[in-house]
Design a protein around this ligand. Structure first.
Ligand code: FES
Length: 162
């Protein structure tokens, strides 16, 4: 007479426990593999800081009346239309980097942080700023727009005549 195999409750619970631990192990390996993949992706992807272009298109020269000082807050520059021509100054204070402001009633550029003052050509009048505001390379492009390179300072008194 063939012996009938019966599943005893002890065998059944052992099987369930084995399957449970197998699934637990696979799950742990999957989580570890996913973590490794994420870490490897972050490690291998370039760690680059994207900065805006240093070149600013200031628009048509005709939009700046003679004897005007125009602050472009977004790019941190002054576009100045003097009688001699156009030039651009950095609007960032040379003391600790605050954004300066043009005071038309006084005819000066003033820093709100520690009181440095500059004349319209960027020369320091008073205050803790160690250097004048730098003149920035300015030119007219093929479309007739005034262009300013914020990353290149030039000797003062180099005007762009249009
Ligand atoms: S940051 Fe301008 S005076 Fe200090």
């Amino acid at each position: 007479m063939p012996e009938e195999k019966q599943t005893t409750p002890a065998n059944s619970s052992q099987f369930d426990r084995r399957a449970f631990f197998a699934k637990l192990g696979l799950g742990s390996l999957s989580i570890a593999a996913a973590g490794t993949a994420v870490f490897a992706y972050q490690f291998l992807s370039p760690n680059v800081l994207f900065e805006p272009s240093p070149t600013v298109n200031a628009g048509k020269p005709g939009s700046y009346p003679v004897d005007s000082v125009t602050l472009d807050v977004n790019s941190g520059i002054y576009l100045i239309h003097a009688k001699e021509g156009f030039f651009a100054l950095s609007a960032v204070c040379t003391h600790l980097g605050c954004l300066t402001a043009w005071k038309p009633e006084l005819g000066i550029i003033a820093c709100p942080c520690h009181g440095s003052k500059f004349n319209r050509e960027g020369d320091k009048i008073e205050g803790p700023a160690p250097k004048p505001l730098p003149w920035l390379r300015t030119w007219v492009n093929d479309e007739g727009d005034l262009m300013v390179d914020r990353s290149t300072s030039i000797r003062p008194m180099q005007f762009v005549r249009v």
